[in-house]
Unconditional design. Structure first.
Length: 397
């Protein structure tokens, strides 16, 4: 549910810091990458090693620590974050945030971060109810900070009142609510293809390609998280099947993929062709393993699945991929016209960080109306949302 999301968790010096261990565990299990910043006082309650073990990342406590050369943490983590969560947030750090004070790693990163922010307060009831604390929380809320408010109960000091940190499960729900506010594909059926097809040669050999299915699965996952009913037509792939999809259809050959896609297109609102179907198949196949010293194979062109969908669009939106090694935009525009697609996701697979079997991509979105959007190096999950944004914003769904 949080696959590909980067969460920076600030832990300040309160007894509730122990509950943040469960919070990290829950976020990681949902697929999030979690970086933890601890104040010096927080490290008195829970050892940094605990958070390092749960998150898989080094915990940051000092402002001038570096993970690698030229990497200043308060800047790098601020840029990395999809959301900045502080749990527990003491009255002291809330006051710092409200006043713009940056005198340690946590407050410095907070001030430098432009991502959405969420605070889970935890403190003594009298401190929570103090006018200064209430004023600081109101100021932060007015600036857009989301609060997962404190609960009422027995506090560590023995008092009973409001001030307990929210339960980790409630904080996770709040994080999901911030990171996944979009439900813009609700009521839409999205058909996505992913992976590589295989063309039979003999009893043990096939023609295929290097597609891992990561891009298609990222799109399917993103669409499901945005409310779509997702059908995945998948060839051979190494990527794990996305969670939350309505239907998965496994195919092998390009012909099988075409049959499955055409069968599922009828009920789809959006079709996204992210798979890498084999362009050619053998004219003659062999049932037994070929053992000759030399071998000549005669190939014939496979059917064009995207073009077939383009002929029966009937108001559906069709997104195609254009993996190229040269003349990126020219070839993408030709494919748009030939396949009657709405826009193409063009990528130069010769570039480092783009193409097959990697977790990142570098793409250019080319619209049939002439729009061009350059996308720098980003994760395939991030690009998935960019593609879906384009479907909604520029072309309608």
């Amino acid at each position: 549910m949080l696959y590909g999301r980067n969460i920076v968790l600030g832990v300040s010096g309160g007894i509730a810091a122990y509950k943040s261990c469960e919070l990290v565990s829950r976020l990681v299990k949902l697929g999030a990458e979690v970086d933890v910043i601890m104040t010096q006082n927080a490290a008195r309650f829970v050892a940094p090693l605990t958070f390092e073990t749960l998150s898989g990342h080094k915990v940051v406590t000092g402002t001038f620590e570096r993970r690698e050369e030229h990497d200043v943490h308060h800047v790098s983590l601020a840029k990395k974050a999809d959301i900045f969560v502080v749990a527990p947030a003491t009255a002291n750090v809330i006051g710092k945030f409200a006043g713009g004070i940056a005198d340690d790693m946590l407050s410095t990163t907070w001030l430098a971060c432009k991502a959405p922010k969420l605070i889970a307060p935890a403190m003594n009831t009298a401190m929570y109810e103090d006018p200064a604390t209430q004023r600081n929380m109101r100021a932060l809320a007015e600036s857009g900070v989301v609060f997962c408010d404190a609960q009422t109960g027995r506090l560590a000091c023995g008092d009973v009142g409001k001030g307990k940190m929210a339960e980790p499960c409630d904080i996770v729900d709040a994080v999901i609510g911030v990171l996944q506010p979009l439900n813009d594909f609700d009521g839409k059926r999205v058909l996505v293809t992913a992976g590589a097809t295989e063309e039979y040669i003999d009893g043990v050999r096939v023609i295929t390609n290097h597609s891992s299915g990561k891009m298609g699965c990222a799109i399917a996952q993103a669409a499901a998280e945005r409310g779509a009913e997702v059908v995945l037509v998948r060839g051979n792939m190494s990527a794990p099947e996305p969670r939350g999809i309505a239907k998965s259809v496994r195919v092998r050959s390009t012909a099988e993929m075409m049959d499955a896609v055409l069968a599922e297109t009828e009920g789809a609102d959006v079709v996204i062709m992210a798979a890498a179907p084999a362009d050619y198949r053998l004219k003659k196949t062999f049932s037994s393993k070929i053992k000759s010293a030399t071998l000549t194979l005669e190939l014939e062109k496979n059917p064009d699945i995207a073009a077939a969908v383009g002929k029966i669009k009937n108001g559906r939106k069709l997104v195609i991929f254009s993996a190229e090694t040269e003349d990126l935009l020219t070839n993408a525009r030709k494919k748009l016209a030939a396949k009657n697609a709405d826009f193409a996701v063009a990528n130069d697979v010769t570039k480092e960080g783009a193409g097959f079997d990697v977790d990142t991509n570098i793409a250019t979105l080319v619209g049939r109306n002439g729009d061009i959007r350059e996308c720098g190096l980003m994760s395939k999950r991030e690009l998935a949302d960019v593609i879906l944004d384009a479907v909604i914003q520029n072309y309608g769904a």
